[in-house]
Design a binder for this molecule. Structure first.
Ligand SMILES: *[C@@H]1O[C@H](CO)[C@@H](O)[C@H](O)[C@H]1NC(C)=O
Ligand SMILES: *[C@@H]1O[C@H](CO)[C@@H](O)[C@H](O)[C@H]1NC(C)=O
Ligand SMILES: *[C@@H]1O[C@H](CO)[C@@H](O)[C@H](O)[C@H]1NC(C)=O
Ligand SMILES: *[C@@H]1O[C@H](CO)[C@@H](O)[C@H](O)[C@H]1NC(C)=O
Ligand SMILES: *[C@@H]1O[C@H](CO)[C@@H](O)[C@H](O)[C@H]1NC(C)=O
Length: 547
């Protein structure tokens, strides 16, 4: 059973009434599939998968999906079945999300989109050939293959219930949904004019790891920053007891995970994932502002979401996660990854054990990794805010040049969020104060939110951005600080204890206290697609637990 309750205002929204759908996927004698609605999540003798789905987006800002597959079937069947059941149960939401994020994605940039498509096809063809060549005795390509199979399952499950020809979603569309982070970098890399067409300094996400006083807990939290049209969200839990390889009988360490996700997307993408291996894995985007590095890209590589999925499944600790993730670096969706290994943590320990925190930074052609537990130990927290920590990565990706051109906003130490985290993270003593900091935005009052702008501050310059609140007629030194359909779109948090049961606290939508809540009908960009989204985004945190 998926149980969730409002943390601060129990019972206020009456969402206990939201219908929960439980279903199992059976394989019939002729090899076809049937979806059977059930009362309890109990598998039949020929069930490949069981699931529970609850769409409470209008009540809480989130939908919830819990899927398990049966070990009695091959890995390939399990991957397909998990995808099939997800595609079927979430079909309505998937179609809404498709309209919001895929339908108009090439408008006005058809040529660029065609080059990206060609690059993507080449990459998929290369992956297909590697899968064919490899014997699957080694786990890597086995798990890449399962990733692709699960996507096929999503497309087929979707069409199993969505018969309307007007609502067709192709497998290619599903694949595109699953590489949205990579696409952004491919747009810069393949732009024939070589003009930077992305929003300069565009921020993606804030994250904080906070060691509570007395080493009582290590809280891990993440805010997604994204365009507001992306806000149809599903918190998912997958339990897929795959083998390490097709010749192995050993179940993978990362067989179960929960994550904050999106319709049709089979990994977090935020990223924020809690794994059965004891790892909690998250990232913020660092991007690449050095055009010279784009020459390092090749379609003969593995896109980011696939590499993170394989690492999530196979890794046993921070070091092995970073090793697996580094194979076949695509140089796209360039992120600072944080791998927290809760196996290395005991609440109340006097000293931290090494390997509690591994950090990885990726740019095209280069990856740097290190055990940085020491930093958590010495300053009590690790902040992450779209700026590279490693000096080499920082310089190579062109940030030094941006500081020379635009000033400290592009520096690691002095960018507003670095200073806000350094001022406020040490004051976090428990979960409520952590949530408060992760939702923090007081941009008209906070001296650290000021900029050389008119009016003299930006709602981008805080832990959870609200760019919609910047006036359209304001003046800003670079586009990131200006008015746009962009901001913090959620908050997720877990702890040592919660992570053991894949639990998290999650808050959907842009931050609002003390700011006015986000309302679509009040926006000048209300024509941007947001099918199915609540008009008013004013939700409290919910605690998500699973049975
Ligand atoms: C499909 O779309 C076309 C064109 O928009 C429309 O004329 C037709 O009625 C639609 N069919 C259904 C079944 O909705
Ligand atoms: C980075 O660039 C700055 C300024 O150009 C230089 O002083 C510094 O040594 C560089 N650091 C590395 C690690 O390359
Ligand atoms: C915002 O800043 C003002 C002025 O410093 C302060 O009075 C208020 O409490 C702050 N609000 C929050 C939520 O931090
Ligand atoms: C922007 O518009 C607002 C409201 O119309 C107005 O009060 C303000 O003076 C304008 N600011 C600038 C810089 O033009
Ligand atoms: C939220 O409610 C509106 C109005 O009933 C509905 O049109 C929309 O589809 C719902 N959104 C989701 C995600 O279910």
């Amino acid at each position: 059973m998926i149980i969730f309750f409002i943390l601060l205002l129990p019972g206020c929204f009456g969402f206990e009434d939201v219908k929960s759908i439980k279903a199992r996927l059976d394989i019939n004698k002729d090899g076809s599939y049937s979806i059977v609605e059930i009362q309890d999540k109990i598998e039949g003798s020929n069930s490949l998968a069981t699931a529970e789905y609850k769409n409470a987006i209008n009540q809480t800002g989130w939908a919830f999906l819990d899927i398990s597959t049966s070990q009695k079937f091959t890995d390939k069947k399990q991957a397909f079945g998990a995808g099939f059941l997800e595609g079927a149960l979430t079909s309505e939401l998937l179609y809404m999300y498709y309209q919001n994020t895929i339908v108009g994605r090439c408008d006005g940039k058809e040529q660029l989109c065609a080059s990206i498509d060609k690059w993507l096809d080449e990459s998929l063809k290369w992956i297909e050939s590697k899968i064919k060549q490899s014997s699957h005795r080694k786990g890597y390509w086995h798990h890449v293959s399962l990733f692709m199979t699960q996507l096929t399952g999503i497309a087929e499950g979707y069409h199993h219930v969505m018969k309307d020809k007007n609502k067709t979603i192709t497998l290619k569309d599903i694949i595109v949904m699953n590489v949205f982070g990579d696409l952004e970098d491919l747009e810069s890399a393949l732009n024939p004019t070589q003009l930077p067409n992305k929003v300069l300094g565009k921020g993606h996400c804030s994250a904080l790891l906070r060691l509570l006083p007395g080493n009582a807990d290590l809280l891990v939290s993440h805010d997604t920053w994204n365009s507001y049209q992306s806000m149809l969200r599903i918190i998912k839990k997958y339990n897929m007891p795959f083998k390490r390889s097709s010749r192995s009988s050993e179940i993978i360490p990362g067989h179960t995970l929960s994550f904050s996700g999106y319709p049709g997307v089979i990994y977090s993408g935020d990223d924020f994932s809690i794994l059965s291996s004891g790892l909690t894995v998250l990232e913020t985007t660092i991007g690449n502002s050095n055009p010279d590095l784009w020459t390092q890209l090749t379609p003969h590589s593995v896109l980011e979401g696939i590499r993170s999925t394989v690492a999530n499944r196979l890794a046993t600790d921070g070091r092995s996660w970073t090793n697996i993730f580094s194979i076949h670096n695509s140089g796209t969706y360039n992120n600072q990854w944080m791998v927290v290994d809760y196996n290395q943590f005991t609440p109340g320990d006097k000293e931290l054990k090494p390997n509690l925190l591994w950090v990885l930074e990726q740019i095209p052609g280069y990856i740097q990794t290190k055990d940085l537990t020491q930093i958590i130990e010495s300053q009590g927290f690790w902040p992450s805010y779209n700026s590279p920590y490693f000096k080499d990565v920082y310089n190579m990706s062109g940030n030094q040049r941006l500081v020379e051109q635009y000033g400290d906003w592009f520096s690691y130490e002095k960018t507003p969020r670095a200073q806000i985290f350094h001022r406020d993270a040490v004051k976090v003593t428990d979960i409520p104060s952590m949530i408060k900091l992760m939702r923090y935005n007081n941009y008209t009052q906070d001296p650290l939110s000021v900029c050389d702008c008119s009016p003299p501050y930006s709602a981008e310059n805080s832990i959870s951005a609200r760019n919609d609140l910047n006036p359209l007629n304001g003046t800003y030194p670079f586009p990131a600080l200006s008015h746009r359909s962009h901001g913090g779109t959620d908050m997720k948090l877990t702890s040592y204890k919660m992570a053991q049961n894949y639990q998290l606290i999650a808050q959907g939508g842009p931050t609002w206290d003390p700011l006015p809540p986000f309302r679509w009908s009040e926006q000048d960009f209300k024509d941007t697609p947001h099918v199915g989204q609540p008009d008013l985004w004013q939700f409290d945190p919910v605690e998500v637990t699973w049975n």
